[in-house]
Design a protein. Structure first.
Length: 138
């Protein structure tokens, strides 16, 4: 798939927390897309890029930050349904990675941040992921 260019209706369940993150200047996080932190600790759409940290949540609303960088995005933690590249039932319980802000994969592409833990296999191209700091603990 490709990075979002508009909001996405993302199925969710068990939302546990909403946290606000300062965004990188001149960046758009689309509602329903995964949000990660860059090397400076600023919120950006999840993407495979050097220095990006793990996914912290799913954007609750679409926010475009100004060039001043003084905008915040609210990220939801919980269980979310995302498109996938090549999942298998045996991947349940394993970490999955964000190829972009709407696609997960069980194999880590170069610089892909951890998205969370796969908790339910739906098909090779769809799965439920637990996203948030609690999901990263074994």
């Amino acid at each position: 798939m490709a990075a979002l260019s508009a909001k996405r209706v993302t199925k969710s369940r068990g939302i546990t927390r909403k946290t606000r993150y300062l965004m990188k200047a001149s960046t758009t996080c689309y509602a329903g897309g995964m949000v990660c932190l860059d090397s400076n600790g600023l919120a950006i759409p999840a993407a495979a890029a050097s220095g990006n940290k793990a996914v912290v949540g799913v954007a609750a609303a679409t926010v475009t930050s100004a060039s001043s960088g003084s905008y915040y995005v609210e990220a939801l933690e919980g269980e979310f349904n995302f498109a996938a590249d090549t999942l298998e039932q045996e991947d349940v319980g394993a970490m999955v990675y964000a190829d972009d802000d709407q696609t997960i994969d069980e194999t880590q592409a170069s610089n892909a941040p951890v998205a969370g833990r796969l908790i339910e296999y739906v098909s090779a191209s769809e799965g439920w992921v637990r996203i948030g700091p609690d999901a990263l603990v074994a």
